[in-house]
Design a protein around this ligand. Structure first.
Ligand code: UN1
Length: 509
């Protein structure tokens, strides 16, 4: 465990990074939203927030920008995103460091978050020449049928503290090449990082030259600002990342006005370790999946099912890994696990652990330790051996708690694996082809992400990211996720001299 030096001025460091990224000091001083670093608990800024009325004006301006941007050819729109990727590369060290300061990530994860943004930019640039429609066989002679993809409108993005900028970039990069404008409501826990990322996009916009004003805007504000995105009739799509509770509010409100939603909500991700598993590999994957990012990824491994034949080999090694992992200041480069985001996260973790005990759970770790600051919450990751798949195991707690269960029968464990509300990510560790393929089959894992011999977290941007059931069903990032950001038109063109009707209908006047 590392002690956190209390005299570290993260406020000054954050300010100098923001200054280098051309963010106006007035945006983060003298305002009413305080930002903090979970590393020390120190206040890092006080940001100006927008009122609901200002938020409405921001959306109205974004709609004007959309009307111009949709007419710019898609490959040219891609050029803006290419420049954004270039600016991100240039600012990677600063931006990664700010992620570490504000979200508490270790350096490689802070930098990794920026890399994820660069990757989606590259993907989106390629996509800007590949927004393909289809030519479809028509039953009528002398006709041609095709589908065309058109820009959609103002895209609202609501993002969470744990990936404060990468998830915005997934959405913004795709939305921009698809011909949309974006309005972003970042987490109130990570607003400085949002200002920095927005500043970098503005650099790219400046270099691009003639993009419409207000093409990409950020809304620093509280819930009421976010609600404007949900309710404004000029926002046809909201992509929202957060808790299932948030999704239950946002989803029906969007549905009520027939707006689209990309919901990326909770995960309660499971892993199965089978008798044939490569245990060395499984151990490493489990450690990163469950303890990495202090258990605060939506893809974090939370439930581990271990076959009874390997339980006594794997679980003691896991316990050793848990008790020896270095937890501490994420900025000094030696810790693998940084702080929880805040006191609320710590309290939720303690409640889940207490509940697990009432269900017979044997808890290893989980305690807070003094890191030299009363306002920083560093905990030892908790490994909890559970006698049954019940109680807190069925819920997502956004903290490093790994519930471990022993299983004997593959079909029963598959059923247990799927018997939770969330359906984001999942893994199986096996060298048995039948088990691996069953896990990936129609009656296997019911999650949006199902992996073999790798962990549940750390997805690449090339695949569609998202999950089923209470995870919300949305897909972002790679594959054909771009289609959600466009509207599809089916076009039938008659180049004959006759007017045959489909389905053999006759209507002669
Ligand atoms: C999230 O936690 O909201 O797969 C996103 C991963 C990352 C993205 C996580 N690429 O863990």
């Amino acid at each position: 465990m590392n002690n956190v030096p209390v005299n570290l001025s993260l406020k000054a460091e954050a300010a100098s990074i923001l200054n280098r990224l051309d963010v106006d000091k007035a945006a983060y001083t003298g305002g009413n939203l305080s930002s903090f670093s979970p590393v020390t608990g120190e206040q890092t800024g006080s940001l100006k927030t927008v009122s609901a009325t200002e938020a409405v004006q921001i959306v109205d301006r974004a709609d004007v920008a959309f009307r111009a941007w949709r007419l710019v050819p898609a490959p040219k729109r891609g050029e803006l995103v290419r420049l954004f990727g270039e600016e991100l590369r240039a600012a990677k060290a600063d931006l990664g460091r700010l992620v570490s300061i504000e979200a508490g990530k270790i350096p490689s994860e802070g930098l990794g978050e920026v890399q994820e943004m660069i990757d989606i930019c590259d993907f989106a640039v390629g996509l800007s020449r590949q927004l393909y429609g289809l030519t479809i066989a028509t039953e009528r002679p002398g006709h041609r049928m095709m589908e065309t993809w058109h820009p959609l409108g103002v895209i609202g993005i609501i993002s969470a503290f744990n990936f404060p900028i990468a998830v915005w970039a997934w959405n913004a990069a795709l939305a921009l090449v698809c011909g949309n404008s974006v309005v972003w409501k970042p987490s109130e826990k990570t607003p400085l990082t949002a200002l920095a990322a927005q500043g970098i996009l503005e650099r790219a916009l400046k270099r691009f030259g003639d993009a419409p004003a207000n093409l990409a805007q950020v809304l620093i504000g509280d819930r009421t600002a976010g609600e404007v995105l949900i309710d404004h009739p000029k926002v046809p799509l909201v992509s929202a990342t957060g808790s299932t509770r948030m999704g239950r509010e946002v989803g029906p409100r969007l549905a009520k006005r027939f707006a689209r939603a990309i919901l990326e909500l909770g995960g309660n991700n499971g892993g199965i370790v089978c008798p044939s598993a490569d245990l060395d590999m499984a151990l490493r994957a489990i450690a990163f999946g469950a303890m990495g990012t202090a258990g605060q990824r939506c893809t974090t491994l939370r439930r581990l099912f271990v076959h009874e034949s390997v339980y006594d080999q794997l679980v003691p090694r896991l316990k050793t890994a848990y008790s020896s992992v270095s937890v501490g200041n994420p900025l000094d480069g030696s810790a693998l696990v940084g702080p929880l985001i805040d006191k609320l996260a710590f309290e939720a973790m303690q409640r889940a652990i207490a509940k697990a005990k009432t269900h017979g759970g044997a808890v290893h770790g989980g305690e807070r330790f003094d890191a030299g600051s009363a306002d920083a919450y560093y905990v030892k990751p908790a490994l909890v051996e559970m006698p049954a798949h019940e109680g807190p195991v069925l819920e997502e707690t956004f903290a490093p708690i790994l519930y471990v269960l022993k299983y004997s029968d593959f079909h029963t464990v598959l059923a247990d694996h799927n018997a939770v509300g969330a359906g984001l990510s999942s893994s199986i560790f096996t060298l048995d082809m039948r088990e691996a393929e069953r896990f990936l089959a129609a009656d296997g894992s019911d999650c949006g992400i199902a992996n073999v011999n790798i962990g549940t977290s750390g997805a690449e941007i090339g695949g569609a990211f998202g999950g089923e059931k209470e995870t919300g069903g949305g897909r972002e990032s790679g594959s054909d996720a771009w289609k959600a950001y466009m509207r599809r038109a089916t076009n039938t063109i008659n180049y004959s001299k006759a007017l045959p009707l489909a389905q053999g209908v006759s209507f002669i006047i």
